[in-house]
Design a protein around this ligand. Sequence first.
Ligand SMILES: [Zn+2]
Length: 248
Amino acid sequence: MFIDIHSHIDICKDIDTFIKNAKKKNVKILTAGTSPKSNREILKLKIKYPEIKICLGIYPIDALKISEKEIDSEIEFIKKNKEKISAIGEVGIDLKHAKEDSLETQKENLKKFGNLAKELDIPIIIHSRKAEKECIELLEKLNYNKIIMHCFSGNMKLVSRIINNNWNLSIPANVKHSEHFQKIVEQTPIKQLFCETDSPFLHPDKLRDNEPANVIESYKKISEIKKISLTEVEKKIEENYKRLFSRD
Ligand SMILES: [Zn+2]
């Protein structure tokens, strides 16, 4: 079984086809919420397609658009749905699309979701665009290691820090052409790797909307770089999944 640890199936145009394509290729889908609205969409999708795994969270930019009270009530909502979810995500800090002066608020928000993941004892999937160091520093204080850094764009020194913290990195399918992600694969022990598509974003060949079935591109590249068979990569990452997502 292949696993797409991070996607946004609720905003894909042809959900039905994408889910069918994934099934055909033996790809398990995890889809992440980005806002209160998207969290509810995803819970509805889970009823229609019980085979998908879901993660609930608020994307850092979306979290800046709502009040503290709304964030707290969303956290209560997630707690109420804890039996249905596999992880907390997508959450984090973004300084590419938000200004520097939002940093303190973003940190407060991430802290809340970090505590939530720790309380529920489930993994947390982190977005850290242009705030890689800030995310790492904050998460180190959390003292929790079921952490997956998604599509990590920070430098190799920070990658080492993630590895030493015993956290995990998820490699997007565009690793096919991205030297940065190829270097991350080289440096990271396979027991700390996951694969993702971030569908509908980041198509490996930038041709069209991305879909979970393309996660196999990440597996192929890992197999090539680590010089182990595709089946072996598949097996190892499934072991990682079982270890981290022990409730699933
Ligand atoms: Zn995402």
